[in-house]
Unconditional design. Sequence first.
Length: 411
Amino acid sequence: MKFQCCKCSKITEDVSSFTCSCGNLLEAKQDLSALKVSRKDFEKRSPSLGVWRFREMVHPLAGKIITRGEGNTHLYDSDKVSIYVGASVRLKHEGENPTGSFKDRGMSVGVTEAVRVGAKTVVCASTGNTSASLASYASLASLNCVVLIPEGKIAFGKLSQAIAYGAKVLQVKGNFDQSLELVQKLALENNYYVLNSVNPWRLEGQKTIVWETLLQLQEEPDWIVVPGGNLGNVSAFGKALMEWKELGWLENVPRLAVVQAEGSNPLYQTWKKNSTKLIRVEKPETIGTAIRIGNPVNWVKALKYLKATNGVVEQVSDAEMMDAKAVVDSAGIGCEPSSAASVAGAKKLVDAGTIGKNQKIVCVLTGHLLKDPDATVNYHLGKLPYAGAFRNAPVQVEASLESVEEALAAR
């Protein structure tokens, strides 16, 4: 396996720092012409294999595989969500992975590689889901695990997972971007193995979200819409599509849309201003904690694949995100706040005419509803700084049948 710079295209076999001599991130580069499997081979394999159904295109060098059965997540139809968006929507629910987010796909591959190269301690910075996932997979592999999280900027549901799985949790008095800088320095000084999305093996696992979706649909959707934080997913999705295109396994390449929160929108600003440099957000703020990132490390990759797929970047307000979440939740599916950015963004793109009303959309839900229950409860109780359009507040009643019946009649 070789690695290629996402910017200057230089090829290297040294992936120790995950960066090219030009300073940009590396991507895993496989000789696809030497691949000895076909799309039909993948189709014949059991979906229960999940990520490792695509082993030859994910990690052909893998020895002992560290897995919890990640992948094989559902693709939901919902008339309620489709009506809300204004076009046909399918929901790919990555919250159904073992620790409740898409991170498990990349972490299975990344920790498998950590074991292969003899790492003893793995480390990451996290807004929540990465720490939960790494802590679980590190424990499974009997590795030491260190996670740095921004103090007060992580949902308790996610923090509880990292603690419970046995990680050494350090709360940094700063934001995610500062935490990631510390992780990279810490790894360099102590020979720790970094498992943020700067690590190209992480994105190899996340590619399988797209391939699995295409096999479930048996056709290409017009659009794949995904929330944007550190931009690893949109980078992985683009790579997945370009690899299958190169192999001749796609009739039409779906367009990618990445959706950011208005208070944490560095890629959106960069895209709109056609800037050659990332327009950082120094103090990112959004209720979607998983995408509260102002300096995403994968922005160069993301832009490359957005252009390759004729994609777009959109932003949504926290109010739009939480309303979309309420619709997804009430459809019986549910998701964490940042996940709903994809649905809110799809609606906005349909309303603007960017996505046609007759086009087929897959929205990726990145995390489970129970990742951030406080946000859900506060929305429905009206405790957020904006009025929720789909509030479903509990009603207090007396301990009598008459009081209960009155409340039900009023409802």
